[in-house]
Design a protein around this ligand. Structure first.
Ligand code: AHR
Length: 511
């Protein structure tokens, strides 16, 4: 970089200034926005997190190289067992003596499911990786009572039928699963057992009452509409929140998959504006419903599926053709996808007052930040974006008053070049910034009105000259973070030059 003696930058760049005040807080950034999602789909479980025959695997079937990669990602909570799979899954098939568990044809992804990995295996994996478990019950082909029985199996002290089965299966201590999803994408015609909204509410209400009666400490996530493009968007959500109320629906779910289908990177990088809008639309519905409730409680937002997914979507990518662990949804990510993943997380931080949980879909081999291969593990480009933010979690999200040059995107209107988020953690200011300008660097000034930036603690930069650069098993580090050094502190403000299309995560010491 080229700072002049007076602290100005040498070249004329596009500019952004972010003004903060330590008292202008949005809310606590919930650690659970750094969640992940595991589904019985493709090679996610088998040949993924459960590979008992691999030479690097421990007694629970987890490879040490995969464990190292998962540990580094910084996931806090993991949703399981689906996704679409959940709507045809009978949890009792996946517990007890592995030799007696049935092999079935599962219908969400047309694959063969051996049930060798089930509830106990999942919870042990969570404990090993320091993840909170989060389970999705089957409200497609399953019954509300089956859902309630699963809560008993997981969360009650032994002494009753299902809890005793858990103890018999080797886990005397209850699992205390804290968060449960009431089905998955039940507004979608592709979903097993898809129903109109009132029918979903009947099922969800019945299941929720029994589940909470069984364990009043659990929190429940009701199915929201499955994407903004759906005709159900907002209307379904509002109806569900109204029928269930905040006592049964602690959260409403949001899902979103995005992609650069048109090959227009400027437009693709602007897509996060529509994620902000998605959050704000569902939040508006939640507030509307809350205004009609007595007691002041409200339903919060659980963004329990989100990612880039647009390449591996053909019928070959989603149909297992009856095979066991077929390679499905095998998406290879590039550098521009990593920028989009960073912006998703920045959006969740900006909405910290309402988004309490979010789950990157998914974790291993299936639209995932990590791929496995018999001989190794690959960290895809999006891995680095996620890790750069999750490793700096904790604190209060701050409001930002930003002035910034902008551009006109094809689908999302006028968009500032800078997309950013700020977290205050005591004396530490964590800042995350994407420069969407494809041609020019961005001169970024960060100023906190009531507290000067006294020191630069550390920072990382994710930058690449080629938006389409990918990591591969042959070249695993093509896209990876480098230390961010070029920061200037002047008059209590921090000045950074962000290269064209780049992402920075940094920490400043405030006075
Ligand atoms: O994550 C892949 C699939 O996307 C999930 O199973 C489903 O919920 C969504 O449509």
């Amino acid at each position: 970089m080229a700072f002049l003696a007076n602290g100005d930058l040498e070249n004329e760049l596009s500019k952004a200034t972010v003004n903060l005040h330590s008292k202008f807080q949005i809310g606590t950034v919930d650690d659970r926005i750094f969640g992940g999602f595991l589904e019985h789909l493709g090679r996610h479980i088998y040949e993924g997190v459960f590979e008992p025959d691999h030479q690097l695997s421990d007694a629970d079937g987890l490879r040490s190289d995969l464990r190292e990669a998962l540990d580094g990602l910084g996931v806090t909570i993991a949703r399981y067992p689906g996704g679409n799979f959940a709507s045809g899954y009978h949890w009792e098939h996946g517990v007890g003596d592995p030799d007696s568990r049935p092999t079935v044809r599962e219908l969400a992804w047309q694959s063969t499911e051996t049930n060798q990995f089930g509830t106990n295996e999942f919870v042990r994996l969570c404990r090993k990786l320091n993840w909170q478990p989060m389970l999705a019950v089957n409200l497609g082909t399953g019954s509300p009572e089956e859902a309630r029985n699963w809560v008993e199996y997981c969360n009650l002290e032994s002494g009753t039928y299902y809890a005793d089965q858990r103890a018999c299966n080797g886990d005397e201590e209850p699992f205390h699963v804290p968060v449960w999803c009431l089905g998955n994408e039940m507004d979608g015609p592709w979903q097993l057992g898809h129903v109109p909204v009132d029918e979903y509410c009947n099922r969800a209400q019945m299941a929720a009452k029994m589940m909470k009666n069984c364990d009043p400490n659990i929190e429940l996530v009701a199915c929201g509409s499955s994407a903004p493009r759906m005709p159900t968007f907002v209307a379904w959500d509002q109806h569900v929140m109204q029928r269930l109320g905040p006592n049964l629906a602690d959260y409403i779910s949001l899902h979103r998959y995005v992609g650069n289908d048109e090959g227009d990177s400027e437009d693709y990088l602007a897509i996060i504006k529509s994620v902000d809008q998605q959050i704000e639309s569902i939040d508006a519905a939640a507030r509307t419903v809350a205004s009609r409730q007595t007691g002041g409680r409200r339903t919060y937002l659980c963004f329990d599926e989100w990612n880039v997914w647009y390449r591996a979507r053909t019928s070959r990518d989603v149909d297992g053709a009856g095979k066991f662990a077929p390679p499905l949804l095998d998406e290879t990510y590039n550098f521009e996808d990593a920028l989009v993943v960073a912006m998703f997380l920045q959006s969740f931080i900006r909405h910290a007052d309402v988004v309490k949980i979010a789950n990157l879909a998914q974790l291993v081999n299936v639209i995932a930040p990590i791929k496995t291969h018999t001989d190794g593990v690959l960290k895809q480009s999006i891995y680095h974006a996620f890790r750069m933010i999750s490793s700096r979690k904790g604190g209060q999200a701050l409001h930002q008053a930003t002035t910034c040059d902008s551009y006109k995107s094809k689908s999302h209107g006028e968009v500032p070049y800078l997309d950013s988020a700020a977290i205050l953690d005591g004396d530490e200011l964590k800042f995350f910034a994407v420069n969407r300008n494809l041609a020019e660097a961005l001169e970024l000034t960060i100023a906190c009105a009531d507290r000067p930036c006294n020191a630069f603690n550390d920072g990382e930069l994710l930058s690449h000259s080629d938006l389409k650069a990918e990591n591969t098993f042959e070249s695993p580090d093509r896209v990876s973070a480098t230390p961010l050094n070029d920061i200037l502190l002047k008059d209590g403000r921090a000045l950074i030059e962000l290269p064209p299309h780049s992402f920075a995560a940094l920490s400043l010491q405030l006075g």
